[in-house]
Design a protein around this ligand. Structure first.
Ligand SMILES: Nc1nc2c(ncn2[C@@H]2O[C@H](COP(=O)(O)OP(=O)(O)OP(=O)(O)O)[C@@H](O)[C@H]2O)c(=O)[nH]1
Ligand SMILES: [Zn+2]
Length: 191
């Protein structure tokens, strides 16, 4: 990432909105914003494997479903570069391999640390887990608030947008999909 270029661009924006980038409070702002972008867009242009080691383990006894619930995430919408954030629940039905549990939140970080859309976060998570683990099925549920719909534009505050996507047995077996959705919903009601 070209930090110097971001700094120059932020200085331009400050001037364009009528601010004085030389006043004390703003002097370090372009450099801070550049560091902020390098953090929140950390996975831009990278493959998942460049950010973490997605080790898998062979298992004899396979559980019917592995579900990690309500993983918090923060991302930036590609339309306005404003935050959208919320929780993601991700489940899979193993074949003969499982993935280290911490790798699931790491995968969430990977797909959310770039400009995006909630739908793409949902489908990319499903595709990445399918690719890394080749499981018998994957289920993804995303609940998010979009700042571009709250602090500007339509100004609808506190609303959640829900998206989900299913592959393999979650797509073909209604009972399994319902079990996932029921678990996610019950958990939400208890929060
Ligand atoms: N489907 C989808 N739309 C999103 C997401 N984040 C932002 N948007 C929408 O992207 C759209 C961009 O629409 P435009 O009409 O080009 O932009 P705009 O004039 O700023 O739109 P308003 O937000 O309606 O003021 C808006 O409807 C946003 O609500 C997302 O994750 N998924
Ligand atoms: Zn937006």
């Amino acid at each position: 990432m070209d930090l110097a270029r971001i700094e120059a661009a932020v200085r331009e924006i400050l001037l364009a909105v009528g601010e004085d980038p030389t006043r004390e409070g703003l002097q370090e702002t372009p450099a801070r914003v550049a560091r902020m972008y390098s953090e929140v867009f950390a996975s831009l242009g990278k493959q998942a494997e460049e950010v973490a080691n997605y080790k898998t383990f062979h298992v004899e006894e396979r559980p019917e479903m592995v579900l990690v619930q309500d993983i918090p995430f923060y991302s930036m919408c590609e339309h306005h570069l404003l935050p959208f954030f919320g929780v993601i629940s991700l489940a899979y039905v193993p074949n003969d391999r499982v993935i280290g549990l911490s790798k699931i939140p790491r995968l969430v970080d990977y797909v959310t640390k770039k400009p995006g859309m909630q739908e793409r976060v949902t489908t990319e998570l499903l595709a990445e887990l399918d690719r890394l683990l080749a499981p018998a099925g994957v289920a993804v549920s995303v609940a998010a608030r979009h700042m571009c719909m709250e602090m500007r534009g339509v100004h609808k505050t506190g609303q959640f947008t829900y998206t989900s996507k299913f592959s393999g047995q979650f797509a073909t077996q209604e009972a399994l999909r319902q079990e996932f959705l029921q678990q996610v919903r019950t958990h939400h009601d208890q929060l």
